[in-house]
Design a protein around this ligand. Structure first.
Ligand SMILES: Cc1cc2nc3c(=O)[nH]c(=O)nc-3n(C[C@H](O)[C@H](O)[C@H](O)COP(=O)(O)OP(=O)(O)OC[C@H]3O[C@@H](n4cnc5c(N)ncnc54)[C@H](O)[C@@H]3O)c2cc1C
Length: 420
């Protein structure tokens, strides 16, 4: 089959890889000049089943209302974004009921674990160099009540395959000595040995090179405007440089996916949730941090990537406005300095790489993978929210198996759009 993949972020590239492995003729189209230049560019770099829980955890509605309009809040809802969020928002809240939250966490955990398996098989054949780390991830905790809450949910995490160990303060310091300097307020943590980390952008660049060698075609600097249809079949896509047609189409346009399906009458319940990251060169710091940490209280993840330290966090519901708000960048930087005061001596303030991206968040916090209703030759691989790097290769394999008529390892119905 001739298949057109829209989007060359993590989802588009992973889909293209498995589709080409199945013998299809694949073309990847993206409006950017190269691979992974939007949300897959500078994420926190963590492949973390430990974060499989959707963001709409029980209690989220009150929490977001409490934070509304507060510039320094970790989850900022801007009042002017509310009209575009009404239907999505109500559904997002409905999915925060405890039973739904657990069911959705379980789906993400299953896909995260499948992803690790796919990654392992892939890397055995293609040993990419992307600052990969298999040291696990440590969640650090400050408050007794948070520790109790975490411990209470850890047996459920184990039951869905997410291994974890509860650590006291001495144990977190021994895993990450760089925390000692300002770690008096940390009472312990949870260690997730199965989590990994790596630079998603570097991975995508190498995957693109590999795909080119496998004769996958890339069309960059090409914006897809709309799908053309006849009798519930996509016949072509209209782009900024003319029409392109294939036998099937995979939509992997991240947060922009719903904008493209709107004209087809397909509602994809995704909204963009903006996040920020900074990347700091730490090559002159000998005792730099070794292990990715997650600090839920500060809403930040700090990940060593080779000689760099990447810190990412904050969430903002404010439509598709992609300007970088320096105040929110400063909040992320403050968290790095707070956790690792020694870092201050090594930061070159002129050369901080600041970035923002839109997490494509679905109403239930689970990605949308597989057939699109109504249109027989349209497939979706989108809506991975805060988990795109954690789920990419598994999702690519699922959608490619689905399109090729192979049995899928996981029940693809759990991820299909028609679950809503
Ligand atoms: C601050 C932050 C930190 C994160 N940290 C992590 C983490 O540690 N671990 C993790 O698992 N996930 C993390 N994520 C989430 C992860 O980065 C995303 O889920 C993932 O990148 C989404 O990939 P994608 O391929 O769906 O979207 P994208 O990477 O956005 O790719 C979509 C592509 O489609 C193209 N496109 C869109 N519309 C059109 C059009 N009309 N025509 C042509 N091309 C189009 C875009 O140019 C883009 O290249 C983080 C996200 C953010 C913002």
């Amino acid at each position: 089959m001739r298949i057109i993949v829209i989007g060359s972020g993590l989802m588009g590239l992973a889909s293209a890889y498995y589709l080409s492995e199945h013998g299809h003729e694949v073309t990847v189209i993206d409006r950017q000049q190269g691979p992974a230049l939007e949300t897959s560019f500078a994420n926190a770099g963590v492949i973390h089943s430990s974060q499989a829980g959707p963001w709409n955890a029980p209690g989220i509605a009150l929490q977001v209302l409490k934070w509304m309009g507060k510039e320094d809040s970790p989850f900022l809802l801007r009042p002017n974004a509310i009209p575009s969020l009404i239907g999505w928002g109500l559904s997002f809240i409905r999915h925060s009921r405890p039973n739904r939250f657990r069911a959705n966490l379980k789906k993400n955990a299953a896909l995260a674990s499948y992803n690790i398996q796919c990654m392992q098989e892939f890397l055995e054949q293609h040993p990419f160099d992307y600052c990969a780390s298999s040291l696990g991830v440590m969640k650090v905790i400050q408050k007794e009540q948070d520790m109790e809450k975490e411990i209470a949910s850890m047996s459920f995490y184990k039951s869905v395959g997410i291994q974890n160990e509860v650590l006291n303060q001495a144990e977190i310091f021994s895993k990450e000595p760089a925390l000692i300097e300002n770690g008096q307020n940390l009472i312990g943590g949870i260690y997730f040995p199965g989590d990994q980390a790596g630079d998603a952008y570097q991975f995508c660049v190498q995957l693109t090179d590999l795909l080119r060698k496998k004769n996958v075609q890339f069309e960059y600097d090409l914006t897809v405007d709309e799908f053309l249809t006849s009798n519930n079949v996509i016949t072509a896509i209209k782009t900024s440089k003319g029409e392109y047609s294939g036998d099937s189409y995979v939509l992997a346009a991240g947060s922009y996916s719903p904008l493209l399906t709107k004209k087809l009458g397909l509602n994809i319940p995704i909204r963009p949730v903006k996040g920020y990251s900074i990347t700091l060169d730490m090559s002159d710091w000998e005792a730099k941090p070794l292990m990715p940490i997650i600090d839920d209280e500060a809403h930040v993840a700090i990940t060593p990537l080779g000689n760099q330290l990447r810190a990412a966090g904050t969430a903002e519901l404010n439509g598709y406005k992609d300007e970088i708000n320096q105040y929110r960048i400063q909040l992320v930087l403050d968290q790095v300095i707070n956790r690792y005061p020694e870092a201050k001596k090594h930061i070159n303030y002129e050369e901080i790489n600041s970035w923002c991206g839109f997490r494509p968040i679905t109403v239930d916090g689970v990605p949308i993978i597989g057939d699109a209703p109504t249109y027989k030759n349209l497939y979706l691989n989108t809506g991975h929210g805060h988990l795109g790097w954690t789920l990419a290769m598994g999702s690519g394999k699922l959608v490619a198996d689905n399109i090729s008529g192979h049995n899928t390892t996981l029940d693809i119905g759990s991820y299909a759009l028609n679950r809503f």
